[in-house]
Ligand binder design. Sequence first.
Ligand SMILES: C[S@@+](CC[C@H](N)C(=O)[O-])C[C@H]1O[C@@H](n2cnc3c(N)ncnc32)[C@H](O)[C@@H]1O
Length: 224
Amino acid sequence: MLMKRIVEPELMEEEAQSLAYAEADFEQPHSYFIQLFQEKFANYIPDNVLDLGCGTGDITLRFAKAYSDCNIHGIDGSKTMLAYAYKDLANCHQNVIQRVKLIEGILPEISLPLSHYDVIISNSLLHHLHDPFVLWRSLRQYSQPGTKIFIMDLLRPESMEEADKLVKNYAQNEQLILQRDFFNSLCAAFSISEVKEQLLNQNLDYLFLEQISDRHFIIFGEYQ
Ligand SMILES: C[S@@+](CC[C@H](N)C(=O)[O-])C[C@H]1O[C@@H](n2cnc3c(N)ncnc32)[C@H](O)[C@@H]1O
């Protein structure tokens, strides 16, 4: 039987945790995130983009660099995570700096600068939310028909032993704090059938849901 979900704190507010996250090498998963977006929405040129739960902004900045005409708003509830995003943004080319806006705020209460976005992306936010409805509500609120949606998140393994194996396989060389967070995140994540049910309950089941590895799934498609 699949282990029960064990939630972790929603916001990543510990200084040491944010620092470890900012220093981690996310080249492989985060460049894969961009590559998959480009594959799923081939030849599409994004304009206004929203990154929900942007954290230290690594994907926000990668997206801004991959699409040199887009404007992107990254929103997160953690001051400490955003502090690293501001730092990295300040080291970017002026063209990127002008197109990226980082916003501190808690979903779903935060009111964002635009009423609708052309693209909404999110990586690893869903498993942090105690109530997953927060993500689906935010999607609805800031989408309009045609908005491109691209979400990636972790899958909950069958057991803590399986979670432990995944940490050993994929994060053995990372700092202990990152290994701890990865383990906790795996235990807090949803299973494919739970995500399917969430999409169905929200009438969002026309979006595509795909398992892409032993620990990740993606959701993508156009908001109707
Ligand atoms: C695992 S991090 C992912 C960060 C980033 N998307 C990435 O892939 O590097 C999850 C982020 O979601 C933020 N978060 C969690 N719940 C939130 C909420 N209700 N409102 C805003 N941000 C939230 C956390 O503070 C954290 O920075």
